[in-house]
Ligand binder design. Structure first.
Ligand code: AVJ
Length: 348
């Protein structure tokens, strides 16, 4: 009893208090909406993908509040090795990565999500500006508000866009010409793009890097089928819930009646194309009604698939070549060989 009391008394500052000065210094973040954002064109494109045979969805629709929470849960799964492998690389090689990053930079997080990964770097890198980019607007707002509150003096900007078109970042970055950009693209998210589209995105990042900018990017490596399959079809069914949740998101966008109970989750390892394919398979023949942007009906046969995501995997020389092709001539790579994951630092 006495000991417990004593230890309590010896930690009067156990509950951190925010100093008043921090609050007054914290600027509220600026949120920039995607340029040329056209909701009707987006809905049209979304519907077209679903009416097409085979049906296809863009993975950006995974990330409503529920989907974002499920993705965070995926990253805690034993089977989802990319999250653990990347974390380990960032921990083990932190200092050598840090030594190669520009100072007084602008840190651009391409798909910041909950912002946790950037938060590990911000106190070490101490950039002048944080630019958080994400397709999930609600999630982005929460993340950038949190970062602005916790890093007084840091300029914080949020940009809602998906990266399917070269991101409209040139004018934003040019506002701070003295701050070299550090593009932070972790999680192997670039795997959502086909290699051709990935090269295009890398090329535009290379242009935006200027003389002193760098790209810090995480890449999942090609590995055995069973490890890949388990990562995308885990025993708890979190990946399945994440995949099926996209149907609820689509229902809201298109006033549709897609029923998650009528679709089964399936992860297909396509070794020939070096990718995992996330699919939803109709378990019975049924019709789906869409009321926006125009009335339409689509029938699904039993066994018919909706592809919701590709997750491309690379070899180290394969990704190095893609980077070189995109104009990044200086490269460093750190790997976690047991879990088959790599982190590249690339500069023009
Ligand atoms: C966020 C695109 C990197 O492809 O591994 C996880 C998304 N999908 N489980 C991936 C995802 C199913 C993830 N990325």
């Amino acid at each position: 009893m006495t000991a417990k009391k004593g230890s309590m008394a010896s930690m009067p500052n156990a509950i951190p208090r925010r100093r008043t000065s921090s609050i007054s210094q914290a600027r509220s973040p600026r949120i920039v909406r995607r340029l040329a954002h056209d909701p009707t064109a987006d809905a049209q494109r979304l519907l077209d993908g679903l009416l097409r045979k085979p049906a296809q969805l863009e993975p950006k629709y995974f990330y409503d509040a529920q989907g974002s929470a499920l993705f965070s849960a995926i990253c805690e799964l034993d089977e989802y090795y990319p999250a653990h492998a990347e974390k380990q690389i960032f921990q083990v090689y932190r200092d050598s990565i840090l030594a190669r990053l520009p100072r007084r930079a602008q840190w651009i997080d391409l798909g910041c999500g909950d912002g946790k990964k950037s938060r590990n770097w911000l106190p070490l890198v101490r950039p002048r500006r944080f630019v958080g980019i994400d397709c999930a607007e609600g999630w982005l707002r929460e993340t950038v508000v949190g970062i602005a509150a916790d890093y007084p003096g840091l300029e914080v900007v949020g940009v809602t866009t998906d990266l399917s078109d070269p991101p409209p970042l040139a004018s934003l970055l040019a506002e701070r010409p003295e701050c070299a950009p550090i593009f932070f693209y972790p999680g192997s998210s670039i795997g959502n793009f086909t290699p051709d589209r990935a090269r295009e995105l890398l090329r535009s990042l290379c242009h935006l890097s200027g003389n002193n900018g760098v790209l810090l990017i995480g890449i999942d490596l090609i590995k055995d089928k069973s490890t890949l399959h388990a990562a995308y079809d885990d025993a708890l069914g979190v990946s399945a819930a994440f995949n099926r949740n996209i149907l609820r998101v689509v229902n809201r966008h298109l006033g549709a009646d897609l029923n998650p109970a009528r679709f089964a989750h399936q992860a297909v390892v396509n070794e020939a194309l070096g990718r995992v394919e996330m699919q939803l398979v109709a378990t019975e023949r049924h019709n789906v009604r869409f009321t926006a942007p125009r009335l339409s009906v689509r029938s699904f046969d039993a066994g018919e698939c909706i592809t919701t995501e590709y997750s491309y995997k690379y070899s180290i020389p394969g990704f190095a070549a893609l980077l070189a092709n995109a104009g990044f001539s200086r490269q460093n790579v750190w790997t976690n060989s047991s879990e088959g994951y790599a982190v590249f630092l690339a500069a023009p």
